[in-house]
Design a binder for this molecule. Structure first.
Ligand SMILES: O=C(O)CCC(=O)C(=O)O
Length: 288
């Protein structure tokens, strides 16, 4: 019989396959929520109102989070979420975006959208997902405070199909919960008709060969990236697609820029299989 963690993982994967999303209630506790809120507070003092209907004129967004609120790394690399992502994305997947969204009273609904086509890739839905999004509730998501809204099953819809209001569901969940959904699922931030803010953080992940939505290696300077775990560094872009064909810097592994102890493939006794199949001009260093 499978252990409980494996069974829970199978349950979430099943929900994602059928509905396009799954919800993990109260995955983090109030200590981490409070810590993240404290780190975010200086950036949520009214300096960054949304600049368009998508960002929300009554919302505030904070980008480049790993350069501003280091505790956010704990949710970005939360082991339960990484286990789901490992099952749904190829090895070496990247952190595509990580932003805080504070929806203020008076906000109107966002346009419905998907998250994994930021570069207008020429592939029409229905198609496989290119990314996975997560939205963590740092405040309770209630019926009237701007909870995220999703269209269950829309990951299977053709491009042209529009959702009716009846097909849109509010994601009601207590603070500390997270919704994980396919990049092809239609969703939006809801209207905030309450008198309080709704704060969320949305880390989004993409296939290793795609361009990240946020330019992560510029958003998070190398000296800051150096302070995070190897996994977070790899998610930011300090990684290559094995055996070093994509992501190298000046022919070597990007980790060499932030970790003087980094051991390259040769030092680890690894061959660089397949290099011979690349044309000479595209051969990276065997040290990558
Ligand atoms: O704030 C939300 O609940 C959703 C925001 C969103 O989907 C986005 O901006 O891409």
């Amino acid at each position: 019989m499978a252990d409980p963690a494996t069974e829970r993982l199978a349950h979430h994967l099943q929900r994602i396959e059928v509905d396009g999303f799954t919800i993990l209630p109260k995955l983090i506790g109030t200590d981490l929520i409070d810590q993240i809120k404290q780190e975010l507070a200086p950036f949520l003092a009214g300096q960054h109102p949304g600049r368009n209907d998508f960002e929300g004129f009554h919302s505030e967004r904070v980008y480049a989070l790993l350069n501003k609120a280091p505790s956010v790394a704990k949710i970005i690399e939360h082991p339960t979420i990484l286990a789901i992502l490992d099952a749904l994305l190829p090895p070496g997947f990247l952190l595509s975006a990580a932003l805080a969204i504070d929806v203020h009273p008076g906000e109107t609904p966002q346009p419905l959208h998907i998250d994994d086509n930021a570069g207008n890739l020429p592939y029409r839905r229905p198609r496989a997902h290119f990314g996975i999004s997560t939205i963590w509730a740092l405040d309770d998501f209630t019926a009237d405070n701007g909870a995220t809204e999703i269209v269950a099953g829309s990951h299977r819809w053709p491009e042209e199909r529009q959702a009716t209001e009846a097909e849109i569901t509010k994601v009601l969940m207590p603070a500390g919960s997270v919704i994980v959904f396919l990049g092809t699922l239609l969703h939006r931030g809801g209207a905030n008709r309450s008198s309080t803010d709704r704060l969320a953080i949305t880390p989004q992940y993409c296939m290793p060969g795609l361009r990240q939505i946020e330019n992560m290696t510029l958003a998070v300077p190398p000296s800051v990236a150096a302070q995070y775990s190897s996994r977070v560094q790899a998610l930011l872009g300090y990684s290559t697609i094995d055996p070093g064909f994509m992501g190298y810097v000046d022919g070597v592994h990007p980790k060499r820029l932030i970790d003087t102890n980094y051991q390259g493939r040769r030092a680890r006794g690894l061959e660089s299989p397949g290099l011979a199949t690349l044309s000479t001009e595209h051969q990276p260093s065997a040290n990558a």
